[in-house]
Design a protein around this ligand. Structure first.
Ligand code: GLN
Length: 451
């Protein structure tokens, strides 16, 4: 009730939610009844949760921020949604996002932008700005997001929240409306590291419905937080992401956090990852290529919107009119970019080269992790910028992802933690840690030590 009241009070200004779950109170009462009847419930039972609209949900519309899916109510729950419901968590509603998770500011949502609760004139990050803003504005205690190139971590950075991208394959992608299938991961957004760990423990694990799901069991992330100890931990500072290209206050908070870890017994060493320089360029070929294929299913027949040209039309004309009306400009830009990169004659030059760069980025991680336990970087180059500031400049928008994209290309896990406020503008700053694949618990160890 308190969270629904808070949403009613502030969401007119924040616009974190696209849909508020009318059944939330009934679901909460049901948990109370089960508890009263003596049922053994997990630690998150009864806790309300906001869900990024990229995840399909029964009983609630799932639009992925797009007009093309307006009003569509899916016939099944995404696996992470099913798991949070089974854990007794109560969905509060669906959160705003850049259309099909393409963006870094939530301004590409077809339903209008979300505002950063720290300063309503500023962006909440993206694509998962709705989930991060909901948590930062105390509209929800915790949320689910998805991260293809930083969409959990960068919003966490600009809203002073915790965001985790698990190891690729750690959390099922079943029912997460695909952006780029080889990069997408679902993960937690919260106000504390322990909260993210508890949610991580709920959503992780093998799912036969996702062919890339890892079958091995996972250690408890919550235990890693509770036993946090960084003495002897080797932390590598990525030289290429510790430069003048980052805002002064972002860098100073980053180094203060590292000093704190050092005082607690961690060893800080410098690490070089020369191929990270090309990660953004490779990502913005691979991601649109996969997205152009994934979005082909929005054909006016299977889901949502259908627009028939005046006087009727052929199947192709209906499809074209539907996609013309249903997709926003950023989605069209990436579909065109992706189909071009995949087309005969250009495939080797663009998509093929990008895949080679992807391998080189993976090798940079392998070389680094031979020497250090985790890597540290600022999560993003600047604090929250103003709404509209980068909307007309796609390249400037893409460069926000310079520190977050390498993890997706390599499939390794990453966490963004609040590191304080930048002295020059008083806005939140995040610090990112990255660990080898399947070593998500190391991130919670560091996070627990810093909290
Ligand atoms: N900002 C990145 C992009 O626009 C990341 C998106 C994401 O992680 N979903 O593609």
């Amino acid at each position: 009730r308190a969270h629904l009241d808070r949403i009613a009070a502030v969401d007119g200004a924040v616009h974190a939610f696209l849909h508020v779950n009318e059944a939330a109170l009934d679901a909460a009462s049901d948990i109370d009844r089960r508890r009263a009847a003596g049922e053994e419930l997990g630690p998150l039972a009864g806790v309300p949760i906001a869900i990024k609209d990229v995840l399909v949900t029964t009983g609630m519309p799932s639009t992925s921020g797009s007009r093309i899916l307006e009003g569509w109510i899916p016939p099944y729950d995404a696996t992470p949604v099913r798991k949070v419901r089974e854990a007794g968590m109560v969905p509060l509603g669906k959160t705003n996002m850049d259309e099909f998770a393409m963006g870094s500011s939530t301004e590409h949502s077809a339903y209008g932008p979300t505002h950063n609760p720290w300063d309503l004139d500023r962006i909440p990050g993206g694509s998962g700005g709705g989930s991060a803003a909901a948590v930062a504005a105390f509209e929800a205690p915790i949320a689910l997001g998805s991260d293809t190139g930083g969409s959990i971590r960068q919003p966490a950075h600009v809203t002073g929240t915790v965001g985790v991208k698990p190891t690729y394959g750690g959390v099922s992608r079943y029912g997460s409306i695909a952006l780029a299938s080889s990069l997408d991961q679902v993960g937690p957004v919260s106000r504390t590291v322990l909260d993210s760990a508890l949610l991580h423990d709920v959503i992780a694990g093998h799912d036969p419905l996702d062919s890339t799901s890892i079958s091995d069991p996972w250690p408890s992330m919550a235990e890693a937080v509770r036993r946090a100890d960084v003495s002897g931990l080797r932390i590598g500072v990525v030289k290429e992401l510790d430069t003048d290209g980052f805002q002064a206050g972002v860098r100073s908070r980053f180094h203060e956090a590292l000093e704190l870890l050092e005082r607690n017994g961690a060893e800080i060493v410098e690490v070089s990852t020369p191929n990270f320089e090309y990660a953004v360029a490779a990502y913005y070929l691979i991601m649109p290529a996969e997205a152009s294929s994934n979005l082909a299913k929005f054909d006016s027949v299977r889901f949502g919107l259908r627009v028939t040209p005046e006087g009727g039309g052929t199947v192709e004309q209906v499809m074209a009119a539907t996609r013309e009306a249903g997709f926003g400009p950023e989605v069209k830009r990436r579909v065109i970019l992706g189909t071009y990169a995949l087309s005969a004659g250009y495939y080797d030059a663009y998509y093929g080269s990008a895949q080679k760069v992807r391998t080189l980025v993976q090798r940079d991680f392998d070389a680094a992790f031979a020497n250090v336990d985790v890597l540290a970087t600022p999560t993003a180059p600047t604090t929250a910028f103003r709404l509209g500031e980068k909307l007309d400049d796609p390249l400037a928008m893409y460069l926000n992802d310079v520190a977050t994209i390498p993890a997706n290309l390599a499939g390794v896990p990453g966490i963004s933690l609040p590191a304080g406020l930048a002295p020059e503008d008083g806005l939140p700053v995040g610090i990112q840690f990255l660990a080898p694949a399947r070593e998500d618990a190391r991130l919670y160890n560091v996070g627990g030590a810093l909290e």
